[in-house]
Design a protein around this ligand. Structure first.
Ligand code: AMP
Length: 215
């Protein structure tokens, strides 16, 4: 089963994708994570993406669709995929249709995480992760049990995304409203959109997604 998690920045796409990955063995394809890895590695894609990401603007469609196609080629057809942060434009949605059809894959659902936009800035600007294992934390909602020490791996190093500041978050929201939200009707017309309230606790949202997917 292949699914898309769709929602504005901070809606919890990455968190929910990672839960589905851990519990159901699905594969999480996050274009944001892949682009950040490319930026850190200094690859050609990373060089193209860096300034745009720092500004909160979208990276060109052909760049992200290219990396999605390449990643899918590394997977077996039986492995279910969660698209996290892709597609983000009508052109990407069109490319995804082609990419899936070429590989004999079928998109089962688009889960729309609905959220209160005012809460998103607080959610995003407070988040940080363990620099070693990637466990996610939050200044207000989820501090490590022992201050400054990762609950999972014991590391004392943490990091924040450079684009998780208020100004960039506002641009990312605008990009979402202008370019990403308009792709929903494409999937609504196919009857595969399921709306899930993204404002509940992590566990509640996860449960609601599992109910939609009958997992
Ligand atoms: P994310 O981790 O999904 O919030 O993405 C972080 C940043 O990576 C975005 O603000 C964009 O600059 C870029 N990005 C990630 N996915 C895409 C995509 N599908 N299309 C264009 N840009 C993307």
């Amino acid at each position: 089963m292949d699914i898309i998690l769709l929602g504005p920045p901070g809606a919890g796409k990455g968190t929910q994708a990672s839960l589905l990955k851990d519990e159901h063995g699905m594969v999480q394809l996050s274009t944001g994570d892949m682009l950040r890895a490319a930026v850190n590695a200094g690859t050609e894609v990373g060089l193209k993406a860096k300034a745009l990401m720092e500004a909160g603007e979208l990276v060109p469609d052909e760049v992200v669709s290219g990396i999605i196609g390449d990643k899918l080629d590394e997977l077996g057809s039986e492995q279910g995929v969660i698209f996290d942060g892709y597609p983000r434009t009508a052109a990407q949605a069109e490319s995804l249709d082609e990419i899936l059809a070429e590989r004999g894959r079928v998109l089962s659902y688009v889960i729309e995480l609905s959220v209160d936009e005012d809460a998103l800035v607080e959610r995003i600007t407070g988040r940080f992760t363990c620099a070693k294992c990637g466990e996610g934390y939050h200044d207000i909602f989820k501090q490590p049990a022992v201050a400054g020490v990762c609950d999972v791996c014991g590391s004392t190093e943490f990091k924040r995304r450079p684009d998780d500041n208020e100004e960039t978050v506002r641009t990312r929201m605008q990009e979402y409203r202008a370019k990403t939200a308009p792709i929903l009707p494409i999937y609504e017309a196919r009857g595969i959109v399921r709306k899930v309230d993204g404002m509940g606790s992590m566990a509640d949202v996860h449960e609601a997604i599992e109910a939609v997917l009958s997992l």
